[in-house]
Design a protein around this ligand. Structure first.
Ligand SMILES: NC(=O)c1ccc[n+]([C@@H]2O[C@H](COP(=O)([O-])OP(=O)(O)OC[C@H]3O[C@@H](n4cnc5c(N)ncnc54)[C@H](O)[C@@H]3O)[C@@H](O)[C@H]2O)c1
Length: 381
């Protein structure tokens, strides 16, 4: 029997992403043949009984209520940050300084200044690091990237991305605190720009290269909300909606839109890329499909086709079921863990590293600056 080296995970946060990551760590070894075996060693959050209940349900060996204690534990190999955005900077830097590998949720920092310090810390410590931009690992999106790399689209002219939700439309919704930290700019950094557009920007630059400049408009539709923690009515300082135009370094043009005020839309992430030879469209609500138009097809049958990304030769799919049976959202996280663990013995780290993910924070900083200045803003390198 080949022994797989155990790697002890210290998870910070037990809610949406804490569950998504824990599921990925538990599932990965069953479906992917990897040299390492993740062990759910410790879960950390401030509420002792809640984190204990999470640990019991998911099979963590132990709990901590102070992330500093978790980071200091000699039996932890990887610190995984699934906590709100204001926690990323301090935990990642402390973890790197303690010699731990660091996996961090997106956006890496609340600002590119924060993410620079985090990037420098992991690089100085020489520890492996990765940011959970999981949409890269939806097999359909990964296939689109393979096609870009193969030159299938030819010269790329346009990129179009939207991420639409509607969950903050009620004026009665408080801001801040459990479940609602995304509405508090001091915790989240920004509104939909850092939350939703960050995903769109990461995928866009992965597929189509760096973004050179942007011009943006943002809006805060509901100006005041009660703060959940203080009970006081306070100004809302996040962007509720954020739209921008972009010019990529390769000369192509893009539109990006994100909002939490698109009635009826819950998590509609769509992207489209138009090249000289072909176009591709993807929709998170139908995540196992790619729409492809290939101008090279014979004229009589040329048209948009919908490809079901479930065959064994599609990215990641040979590890799952039989052709025709689709997988879901959670598998993108499992693929990310598989790539991370699979990369540890090679010189090529799994992407996106902190440095690669920081490129998104540079774009979101430029978007927010442009919304303020009402000018085109260059994306800083
Ligand atoms: N990759 C994705 O698709 C995706 C999706 C959702 C969220 N996220 C990111 O994941 C992160 C977490 O988001 P979420 O939706 O899971 O948030 P959440 O509110 O559901 O969970 C946050 C967790 O952090 C814990 N926490 C808060 N303060 C803490 C502290 N001081 N010490 C320890 N634990 C603490 C809370 O107990 C909670 O379990 C954010 O950075 C968010 O942007 C990414």
């Amino acid at each position: 029997m080949i022994t797989k080296k155990p790697l002890n995970i210290g998870m910070v946060g037990y809610s949406f992403m804490g569950r998504a990551h824990s599921n990925a760590f538990k599932q990965v070894g069953q479906f992917f043949d990897l040299p390492y075996r993740p062990v759910l060693k410790a879960a950390c959050a401030r509420n002792a009984s809640a984190v204990q209940a999470f640990a019991d349900q998911w099979g963590y060996d132990s709990v901590e209520t102070d992330w500093r204690k978790l980071v200091a534990r000699p039996d932890i190999d990887i610190i995984d940050i699934a906590a709100p955005n204001d926690m990323h900077h301090d935990i990642a830097i402390a973890a790197a300084e303690a010699g731990k590998m660091v996996m961090c949720e997106k956006p890496l920092g609340r600002t590119a200044k924060e993410s620079l310090a985090m990037t420098e810390a992991v690089e100085r410590a020489g520890v492996r690091n990765m940011v959970w931009y999981n949409y890269r690992r939806v097999p359909a999106v990964t296939l689109a990237k393979q096609w870009v790399d193969e030159g299938k689209f030819g010269r790329i002219f346009h990129y179009r991305a939207k991420f639409l939700q509607d969950w903050t439309m009620s004026t009665d919704l408080p801001q801040g605190g459990t479940g609602l930290w995304r509405l508090d700019a001091s915790v989240a950094g920004s509104g939909v720009t850092g939350d939703l557009l960050a995903h769109c920007i990461d995928t866009a630059m992965w597929l189509n290269g760096p973004i050179a400049e942007v011009t943006a408009v943002t809006e805060t539709f509901i100006k005041e909300r009660k703060h959940q923690l203080t009970g006081e009515v306070q100004p809302v300082t996040i962007d509720d909606a954020s739209l921008f135009l972009a010019r990529f370094a390769n000369g192509s043009l893009a539109t990006f839109e994100a909002t939490r005020y698109a009635r009826g839309h819950k998590a509609l992430y769509t992207l489209e890329l138009n090249g000289q030879n072909a176009s591709v469209f993807w929709d998170l609500h139908d995540l196992h499909r790619l729409q492809l138009f290939d101008h090279g097809d014979a004229g009589i049958s040329r048209g948009w086709r919908s490809i079901h990304i479930t065959d064994g030769d599609h990215p990641y799919m040979k590890n799952w079921w039989v052709p025709g049976l689709q997988i879901g959202y959670e598998h993108s996280f499992t693929h990310q863990v598989a790539d991370f663990l699979g990369s540890l013995d090679s010189d090529t780290p799994a992407a996106p590293t902190f440095r690669e993910a920081r490129a998104t924070d540079l774009v979101t900083d430029a978007v927010l600056a442009s919304a303020k200045s009402r000018q085109w803003e260059q994306v800083m390198g």
